[in-house]
Design a protein around this ligand. Sequence first.
Ligand SMILES: [Zn+2]
Length: 308
Amino acid sequence: MASVEKVIYISGAGRCGSTLLERILHSAENVTSVGELHCLWRLPAEAITCSCGNAFVADAHWRAILSAAGFDAATLAELRQLEDSVCHSGFIARHRFSIDSLRDDPRVQQFLELQFRLFDAIAEVDGSTVVVDSSKAGPRAWLMACDPRVKVLHLHRDPADVIVSWRSVKFDPGLGTAMKRMPIRGAALDWWKVDRLAALLARVHPVIRVDYRELCASPQTVVANVLAAMEIALAPGPQWTAPDAVQPGPDYHSLNGNPDRFDKGTLRIALREADWSRIARAERPLIRLTAGALRLLSPAGHKMARWS
Ligand SMILES: [Zn+2]
């Protein structure tokens, strides 16, 4: 069976732009982006949507991967159980935010071993060497960082942009309904938790910090820097057709995440400004205030940039 060489784990708040980044990376020949992989064991099969448009339960591509990994319902249930036991902030804190301590925990070892069976199967079915997991969850970044094959990337987006995005109505063709609108407090907490966990991780482990605005302003440079920092050499690399456009890669089967992943055709990279016009007037000051507080709480984030 083929083995995966590197896994890129994208950490970040919901709506941070991870779908954009994973689609750029997926255009490179040896890279497979799988979206929010942890949905596989966190959600019932009927709640999982794939970017190819097929119902997940009837998706031949994912069936092939699960079969190559030797996964069945019992394996997924085991992962779910392990997830509940190890993948939360309290567990990371009980290990005193130490990668060595986490790495020594047999439950973490089993959690990672099962997932690497899956990563290897993805690499085998897709003929790729690099897998991109955009699950984004903060505690998961810590667990993934325990394996030397994993490179952690934190995608930072300004909290005001993130909250405005959560408060705007957006249609999800995968679910056939409008995406969930998270309350301001929930969106703020989600942003803060993942930002905090990534900043703490960066103290003890390399974390590549990518700013959403910088990524949109000069995508080619940022992606090249990120890959170089992760010591990932891709030949050929992402399929740029213009400084701000990419020809998407084939066999894109990305789970859950942003509805943009259903788009076909050339991927154009453009900054999406927060659309304040879709936010109730009465809500705007509270969002500005909350975002301002979050920026103050996150000065450590700026020390995270490690390009080497
Ligand atoms: Zn699919």
